[in-house]
Design a protein around this ligand. Structure first.
Ligand code: UD1
Ligand code: CA
Length: 501
């Protein structure tokens, strides 16, 4: 796991932990926190029309995660540096964090990471304290790791998060001298000796605000890429004797600090995040029969003793209560499920509320605005939309219920259809408590069936049915005695005549 390197030149503050800080972003030592998130680049290697930081991981745009971390760190200021597609990114952030103190700094042209942070300077002009610098494309970095970096950095002017990798690739190399982090050398600027270093820069930093902005203002772009390198603040701090520190991660913790550059990295990040979310559910008492076949979005909650079969996806803002059973192949999005519900196989549920003890499916489709009160039963091949079924109501087979209100204990027969749409407008159907709707009934809305009323099977109901009445609208049945027998005889005779010819 995380292991501090003894590279900090000033470790006096090493015992200070993030826990000393209160929610206002003040540390125990009285230092404020700000976070700068770099997210201006397009992310060319994604080969996408959409900017990299808007690609989702566990259902949320990647940029969501560093912003969440910033808030968990108690930052009083969060500055997101945006360039490409900045309106889209800003809109996504405002929607996800409507209350958060997020400021947008614009970096119209991407001149390098140092330039990106400089673009945040006006927003932090009067800020004095610690600036955490995060990247918008490192979605799996746990906030606790950033807290650990804070602790390790202590009184140093700059602290860097590092990873020890078997294959250090093209990451910037952490170069130490005399046991202290002396500088970061970018891969393209490094000689073979430096390229052999396996400790690399994860691109996450904590820096003293004044030191940071003073130093950034003086950096040049005299390097292989002709860019302004944020990493140059490390050499500046070392040269000025201001103290540098590094927290080097190993193994899985290092993998969690790796960023996303292409679709393969995106898949790897998704896998790590899924593992984390599944592990959390199992640790809190949820059974996943085959964890690798459960898909979860960040923020999904599931109560203890719920059993989830393989190939279930719980998406968006979904909350599942305790003691539920969710069978194979269900997809549940943005929905709330009470306790003890049984969702049978292959059901699709979206933006619905399902009460305690309900039974749904198999093959049910509950669409937006469906509300099932307790102990409702919705069976196979039933579709509902903007429909309320009150306690104990049943629609067991083959129905469409749209824009409808079904009273407690009502029974909806197989093949019942609410005809809620006339091609232009939608209309409501109201079915009273304890009503019985016979099979293969069409309810042409707007229409209501009173409490305790009975609709005969095969009816097309176009007028309101009073409470406790019987409604029948099918043609009257006529039986013709012996007709079928006479027909068979006639057909047999005709066939015999044809054979003679
Ligand atoms: C950077 C580090 C490297 C480190 C690696 C970790 C520098 C010079 N190098 O390299 O040491 O190992 O991250 O992933 O910092 N960005 C902007 N504006 C810019 C340039 C970048 O907002 O002008 C953003 C990008 O959108 C991205 C982040 O900063 O979110 C990192 O930029 P990137 O170009 O990926 O940096 P690397 O070259 O990978
Ligand atoms: Ca990168």
């Amino acid at each position: 796991m995380a292991r501090p390197e003894e590279t900090g030149s000033e470790r006096a503050g090493a015992e200070r932990t993030g826990a000393d800080r209160d929610a206002s972003g003040q540390s125990g030592a009285g230092r404020s926190r700000a976070v700068v998130i770099m997210a201006a680049g397009l992310g060319t290697r994604m080969r996408s029309a959409t900017i990299k930081v808007l690609h989702p991981v566990a259902g949320r745009p990647m940029i969501h995660y560093p912003v969440q971390s910033a808030l968990e760190l108690g930052a009083e200021r969060v500055v997101v540096v945006l360039g490409h597609q900045r309106d889209r990114v800003e809109a996504a952030l405002r929607a996800a964090f409507p209350e958060a103190p997020i400021e947008v700094a614009v970096q119209a042209e991407q001149l390098g990471t140092a330039h990106a942070v400089l673009c945040a300077r006006p927003a932090l002009a009067d800020f004095d304290g610690d600036v955490f610098i995060l990247s918008g494309d490192v979605p799996t970095l746990p906030t606790a790791t950033i807290q650990a970096l804070d602790t390790v950095t202590g009184e140093a002017a700059v602290g860097v998060l590092g990873m020890r990798l078997d294959d250090p690739g093209t990451y910037g190399r952490l170069v130490s001298e005399g046991g202290r982090l002396a500088r970061i050398t970018e891969f393209r600027d490094a000689d073979d000796r430096v390229r052999a270093i396996r400790e690399v820069n994860a691109g996450v930093y904590r820096a003293d605000a004044r030191f940071l902005f003073e130093t950034l203002g003086h950096l040049d772009s005299d390097n292989a890429q002709g860019e302004y390198y944020l990493t140059d603040i490390v050499a500046a701090a070392a040269e000025q004797g201001r103290g540098t520190a590094a927290l080097i991660l190993d193994g899985e913790a290092a993998a969690d600090a790796e960023g996303v550059n292409d679709r393969l990295d995106l898949a790897a990040a998704e896998r790590r995040m899924q593992t984390r979310l599944r592990t959390h559910l199992m640790q809190t008492g949820v059974t996943l029969l085959d964890p690798a076949r459960t898909t979860l979005h960040a923020g999904v909650e599931v109560g203890p003793d719920t059993v989830i079969e393989p190939d279930v996806a719980l998406l968006g803002h979904t909350v599942v209560g305790p003691g539920c059973h969710i069978e194979q192949g269900c997809r549940i999005a943005d929905s709330h499920i009470g306790h003890g519900a049984h969702i049978k196989g292959q059901s699709h549920i979206e933006a619905a509320r399902i009460g305690d003890g309900c039974q749904v499916g198999p093959f049910a489709r509950l669409r937006t605005g469906t509300v099932l009160h307790e102990k409702v039963k919705v069976g196979n091949f039933v579709e509902t939309k903007k429909t309320v079924l009150e306690a104990g109501a049943k629609a067991s087979h083959l129905s469409y219920l749209g824009d409808a209100h079904v009273g407690a204990g009502a029974n909806i027969g197989a093949g019942t259809i609410t005809c809620n749409y006339d091609g232009v407008n939608k209309f409501r159907t109201t079915i009273g408590a304890g009503a019985f709707i016979g099979s293969d009934t069409q309810l042409v809305a707007p229409v209501s069936v009173g409490d305790g009323a009975f609709v005969g099977a095969g009816s097309t109901i176009t007028q309101d049915v009073p409470p406790d009445a019987l409604a029948l609208s099918r043609g009257r049945q006529a039986n013709v005695d012996g007709w079928a027998k006479r027909r068979r005889a006639r057909l047999a005779e005709e066939a015999a005549d044809r054979r003679k010819d």
